[in-house]
Design a protein around this ligand. Structure first.
Ligand code: ZN
Length: 268
């Protein structure tokens, strides 16, 4: 019995196929996702997408390693429920995991990202790792939404945002029980639920955009420690999120990511 999930196989089998395999390492985060989504949202989503996409390829050489649940989320530490790795720690962890795989004979590795704050460390890890080896080792990285960006063009919502319509819809499709629909109603109506005092902020989208430097974002990377806390923890109100939309997004993303995996695997 072999499996797309790396950890369900024996070391003997993994050793045997290592040089032919493409190993995907999903990387997520544990951080606040507004008053309506669980802190594991990014990790849950990227894990589901990686596993469904690998399954879809029907290529037994494409394996999904266990998700790295922790990412670089220091910009969310002002909220509760955040567990973050500093950028340098994340880079070191990714390089150690990559080194372990290459030492075991793996020649193709791909870091699949589920959290914006990780992006540059994943790129850096891929670059640092390949510099250590011969040309037969190929390592890449991307965000799942970037892989699917063109295919998602018809879905006219902000992609991915943070705890907005896109991520909320995906979570609804994955496991509705973990979505607080009452909190979403209040976010849309601009009202405050009695049950949620903690850092719940009612602000206009214009104010939120201003706090998060929206007008400068496409041209530069601007940071301020309290930006997300002041903006109430979300990039926009998840007003368009439905389970159906989530299923639609998931289908598109899984298709595109599966195609990407196959193309990467075939590349010599
Ligand atoms: Zn997220």
């Amino acid at each position: 019995m072999t499996s797309h999930k790396f950890i369900e196989n024996t070391s003997e089998y993994l050793h045997k196929i290592a040089s032919q395999a493409l190993v995907i390492i999903p990387v997520g985060s544990v951080e606040q996702h507004g008053p309506h989504l669980p802190v594991g949202s990014d990790s849950y989503n990227v894990q589901q997408i990686a596993e469904m996409a690998a399954e879809k390829t029907q290529n037994k050489m494409i394996l999904v390693a266990p998700t790295l649940w922790y990412g670089s989320s220091h910009h969310h530490l002002g909220f509760g429920g955040c567990m973050s790795l500093g950028g340098k720690t994340l880079l070191a962890v990714l390089c150690d995991l990559g080194n372990s795989l290459v030492t075991g004979g793996v020649k193709k590795i791909f870091f699949l990202n589920g959290h914006g704050g990780n992006r540059f460390m994943l790129r850096e890890a891929a670059k640092e790792l390949v510099n250590e080896y011969n040309n037969d080792v190929i390592i890449g990285s991307s965000d799942y939404w970037e892989i699917a960006r063109e295919a998602l063009a018809d879905i006219k919502i902000k992609t991915p945002g943070h705890a907005g319509s896109f991520e909320t819809a995906l979570q609804m499709a994955r496991d509705e029980k973990l979505v607080d629909y009452d909190a979403i109603k209040h976010l849309i109506n601009g009202t405050k639920p009695d049950s949620k005092d903690y850092q719940y902020r009612i602000i206009s989208q214009a104010e939120r955009d201003q706090l998060r430097f929206q007008s400068l974002r496409s041209r530069g990377n601007i940071n301020r420690k309290d930006a997300f806390v002041k903006a109430g923890g979300i990039s926009e109100v998840p007003e368009f999120a439905t389970r159906e939309l989530g299923e639609q997004i998931l289908t598109i993303v899984v298709d595109e990511v599966a195609k990407f995996f196959v193309e990467f695997w075939e590349h010599s």
